[in-house]
Design a protein around this ligand. Structure first.
Ligand code: ADP
Length: 497
């Protein structure tokens, strides 16, 4: 099996695929076929053709995985000390660093994203595993003052079997930010990757077992949301659900969770604002806006998809943005492109429908708009990076998540109007502001409804900062120590002395 970056890129470009990809589910410590033997194809979005097949799971495969995960709760896993669980995670972090190039090339073939972005994602997962390796033995409770006759303590206990449903836009990173803290807390898991992007999650499960995870602790069932996903979230053997995906599917998952009163956390969509105040450093701010919306071709729940700019600098900012966007080369994730493909033809059609509706409504499109093929292969699923002026707060361009490389522009006067515009959607995931004035930055940070706020650098942070949304963006927090506590149930113990 290859691990060298140049050789992997060469093999993938020459053959259109890679040898040695996992083809089964990962259940009870090994790869297994579906009970029904069913399989599905995965497509390379940069060429629009299938490049590999994988097992398509059903309710039977899910049941088998849940049995393995429940049994593992009474195997060697709960007898390990927290420090020993941390050692396994740290070994996995080191192993992943050695194999980073292989994970990155597979992620690019499967999701379409640029190789540099996949490498950034894998680097983030190396760090995520190391962070929770270090956190495993720091999950302390409190002692509570109850007077001389009592002693009260709180204990953080693992919640049990975790079901995690993973989307297709950040397959490996989203899977890891559930898996690593759940393992650190002492839970077991059944993970369902998106049907568009199963491979790196399956590879991560195999790697964690190589690092010493006992069989059954981490299981991965691939397959569709309608079959495998729905069966998993409805299973009575699940104690906690972590879901990342669309609002509509999140609502279905919430309904399924109600049946067995299963705990859950939801990370759903966003329509996140990036505010540029007139006193900002324009060059840095424009680069920030470009990264916020065009990374991963805009397929990011926390994308900065709404530019809210003060009128005094609006023309200069828009001129610079248009020039920058028109110089961006579209292409396959393994080429030298600056913007990659859209993950599926369904998502490509959804993006195009949003822009077509805006065009029909008379919104001014400053640049982009339209589906294009890859110049090199003549295929693939690409959307031109787009900038459109919004028409008022009720405009669907302001209110609806597009999940593609489409930047909506809102022009405002002053901080108060910027805050009102930022808060004018049903979503509340992230928000950014660029300004030299600390007072404005902190007033914005306090007044905006968002799970996280970025001042002068969009997406700043990393695994140590808690992440999640409010309102239609969901609830619960991943990452940081808050992410670790998501996988614990708190017990209060009081002794009469
Ligand atoms: P999209 O519509 O862009 O594919 P989804 O939110 O539907 O986004 O998908 C996110 C994840 O949820 C994927 O892993 C998908 O398979 C899964 N999923 C879809 N439908 C269901 C469902 N009814 N129950 C559980 N998981 C589901």
């Amino acid at each position: 099996m290859r691990f060298d970056r140049a050789e992997l890129v060469d093999e993938a470009r020459r053959s259109g695929t890679l040898a040695g990809l996992p083809s089964g589910h990962f259940i009870d410590g090994r790869f297994v076929a579906s009970i029904s033997r069913a399989k599905m194809q995965s497509f390379d979005p940069g060429r629009g053709v299938p490049f590999a097949t994988f097992a398509a799971g059903s309710a039977e495969d899910v049941a088998r995985a849940v049995v393995a995960a429940r049994a593992a709760l009474s195997g060697p896993w709960p007898r390990l000390t927290p420090a020993a669980r941390g050692e396994i995670l740290m070994r996995a972090s080191h192993l992943l660093r050695e194999r980073a190039a292989r994970f990155a090339v597979v992620e690019t073939l499967d999701s379409g994203k640029l190789l540099a972005e996949s490498e950034g994602d894998v680097g983030g997962v190396v760090r995520c595993l190391a962070y929770y390796a270090g956190a495993a033995d720091k999950l302390q409770g409190d002692s509570v003052p109850l007077g001389p006759d009592y002693l009260g303590v709180t204990i953080e206990e693992p919640v049990g079997v975790v079901a995690q449903i993973v989307p297709w836009n950040y397959p490996l990173s989203t899977a890891a930010r559930g898996i690593a803290p759940a393992l650190a807390a002492g839970c077991t898991l059944v993970v369902k990757p998106a049907e568009q992007t199963p491979f790196t999650t399956l590879m991560l499960a195999e790697l964690l077992h190589e690092a010493g995870l006992p069989a059954g602790v981490l299981n991965v069932v691939a397959g569709t949301g309608a079959e495998a996903g729905a069966a998993l979230v409805a299973h009575p053997g699940i104690d906690h659900i972590t879901f990342t995906g669309s609002v509509a599917t999140g609502q279905r998952v919430m309904q399924a969770a109600a049946e067995h009163v299963t705990r859950l956390q939801l990370e759903l969509g966003g329509k996140s604002p990036v505010v540029l105040m007139a006193d900002c450093e324009i060059e840095a701010a424009v680069e920030g806006v470009i990264g916020a919306i065009y990374e991963n071709a805009g397929q990011i729940c926390s994308a900065g998809s709404r530019l809210i700019v003060e009128k005094a600098i609006a023309q200069e900012v828009l001129d610079r943005l248009v020039a920058r966007v028109e110089a961006m080369a579209l292409g396959h994730g393994l080429s030298e492109a600056q913007i990659g493909p859209i993950n599926s033809p369904q998502q490509l059609a959804r993006i195009d429908a949003h822009v077509a509706r805006a065009r029909a409504a008379g919104n001014r499109i400053l640049t982009g708009g339209g589906i294009v093929p890859d110049a090199e292969c003549g295929g693939g699923w690409f959307y031109r990076p787009t900038i459109i002026l919004a028409d008022g707060l009720d405009d669907p361009l302001v209110q609806e998540e597009i999940f593609g490389p489409v930047l909506t522009v809102q022009i405002v006067q002053g901080l108060d109007e910027a805050i009102a515009a930022a808060n004018a959607t049903p979503y509340a995931l992230v928000a950014g502001i660029y300004t030299r004035d600390h007072g404005s930055a902190w007033r914005f940070a306090r007044a905006v409804d968002a799970g996280q706020v970025y001042i002068n650098e969009f997406f700043a942070g990393g695994v140590a900062m808690p992440f999640g949304g409010n309102r239609k963006s969901g609830f619960g927090r991943a990452k940081g120590m808050a992410g670790l506590r998501s996988y614990c149930k708190l017990k209060s113990v009081v002794a009469r002395l």
